[in-house]
Design a protein around this ligand. Structure first.
Ligand SMILES: Cc1cc2nc3c(=O)[nH]c(=O)nc-3n(C[C@H](O)[C@H](O)[C@H](O)COP(=O)(O)O)c2cc1C
Length: 406
């Protein structure tokens, strides 16, 4: 019987262990976590979600404070169109973030960055271009385009000197989405170097509706394999979502996949960016605690623990500090907050917004405990100390379990 490490992932002319850490914003897949993968010959993702806020946290810059100072005057105006990001700030923050991870890499593996299209930043085109270009400038090994169809993303960086040499991939949840992306990729004569097929059991935002349970990762993966075969295209396929151990990973390799992408097991690792309180909540979670809802202003459903502190919160919108979800000056949380506030019986009552969340502030504060379907199984992967707390495994231990267990 084979183990995952008996297979090799080939991307361009490079070889990797066939295990990829999925990007987990906001700084849950930290540089330390990504580096642990790279140092073991595999691939780790950092995420560029809230990159300027992450730079402030990690490198003591003042991007968020400066932004607030600049736009405070507009706080009471629901139209936030004027609150544009400074593209130079984005570039500087992104470069610090990428260089920090790249400089810590010691092994033969790779460090990639996960770039979500839905992070519209009040100017979707230019802010995404700045994020992608500066990641390439800073020497990132690869970019994974996520949370969106990315119809124009390759076009945005087609003139970058590293356009052909960097490893570029896309996350899709259906053959339909892949078809759309490939059509656009052909226009710039640049096919993706890998395709992550993310199924309905993943953490974070889902590429499915509330009928997610009707879909099956193996089935979608097989459809993508057949589709590419028909087109005579040989692009590595990397399934993601619910692959909990090495044995399950090998099942996908035997179908013809090139690697697997995983995340949930690593949310509770020592290197994960989640606070300890959240890690313990992930360990103790029961199956019925894991829910899918539409609280995210992106419009995509999101899976999270029902104990997430964000649920039942009614924070005042904070776009002057963050504003990463703004699009044409709007965010659906602002509308929900205002509606809830206007319906209060007593104006001094606490605001509790039930249909949307202030995702920027709440993700930045680690109050959104997003997770994969299998989170309730984490407790079986660790032991409790004498105080009843689960012991956090180092990433290396989990990586080895995926790579070498049979
Ligand atoms: C805590 C958490 C945060 C995530 N955040 C993101 C994200 O910011 N962008 C993204 O494309 N995927 C995100 N994901 C999805 C993962 O990258 C990955 O594809 C998926 O969760 C793999 O399935 P697994 O968690 O069952 O191993 C997240 C997953 C988790 C568990």
């Amino acid at each position: 019987m084979k183990c995952l490490n008996d297979f090799v992932l080939k991307l361009k002319n490079k070889e990797f262990a066939p295990l990829m850490l999925g990007g987990m914003g906001v700084d849950i897949s930290t540089a330390d976590l990504a580096v642990a993968f790279a140092n073991n010959g595999a691939i780790g993702h950092i995420s560029d979600a809230l990159t300027t806020a992450v730079a402030d946290k990690n490198f003591k810059t003042t991007f968020v404070r400066d932004r607030l100072k600049k736009f405070k005057f507009n706080k009471d105006n629901d139209d936030k169109n004027i609150e544009q990001f400074d593209l130079d700030d984005i570039r500087r923050a992104q470069k610090m973030h990428v260089k920090d991870a790249m400089s810590a890499k010691k092994g033969n593996g790779g460090i990639f960055i996960n770039c979500m299209e839905k992070l519209t930043m009040n100017n979707p085109r230019d802010t995404l271009k700045a994020r992608l270009e500066s990641a390439l400038d800073a020497g990132i090994d690869g970019i994974t385009l996520s949370a969106g169809l990315h119809m124009n993303s390759l076009n945005l960086i087609k003139n970058h000197p590293r356009f052909n040499d960097a490893i570029l991939g896309i996350i899709v949840s259906s053959t339909r989405a892949l078809k759309i992306f490939l059509k656009k990729a052909q226009i710039v004569s640049r096919l993706p170097d890998f395709i992550v097929v993310e199924g309905p059991k993943a953490g974070g935002h889902l590429g499915f509706g509330m009928d997610w349970a009707d879909f099956n990762l193996k089935k979608i993966t097989q459809e993508v394999i057949d589709y590419l075969k028909n087109l005579k295209l040989s692009i590595p396929i990397i399934p993601a979502g619910g692959i909990f151990n090495g044995k399950q990973a090998v099942e996908y390799m035997n179908m013809g996949c090139s690697a697997v992408q995983v995340a949930t097991r690593f949310t509770v690792s020592v290197e994960s960016g989640l606070p300890d309180k959240a890690k313990q909540a992930y360990f103790t979670a029961k199956k019925e605690d894991i829910i899918v809802n539409y609280l995210s202003p992106t419009g995509y459903p999101m899976r999270m623990l029902k104990q997430s502190p964000v649920i039942g919160s009614g924070l005042a919108p904070n776009c002057e500090s963050y504003g990463y979800l703004l699009d044409k000056g709007r965010c659906s949380y602002i509308d929900s907050y205002n509606k809830t506030k206007s319906e209060l019986k007593n104006p001094t009552d606490k605001v509790v917004v039930t249909d949307k969340m202030c995702i920027c502030t709440q993700m930045r504060k680690y109050n959104v405990w997003t997770c994969g379907v299998n989170t309730y199984k984490l407790k079986k992967t660790s032991k409790q100390d004498q105080n009843g707390n689960y012991i956090l495994p180092p990433a290396k231990e989990i990586i080895d379990e995926y790579l070498y267990s049979k």
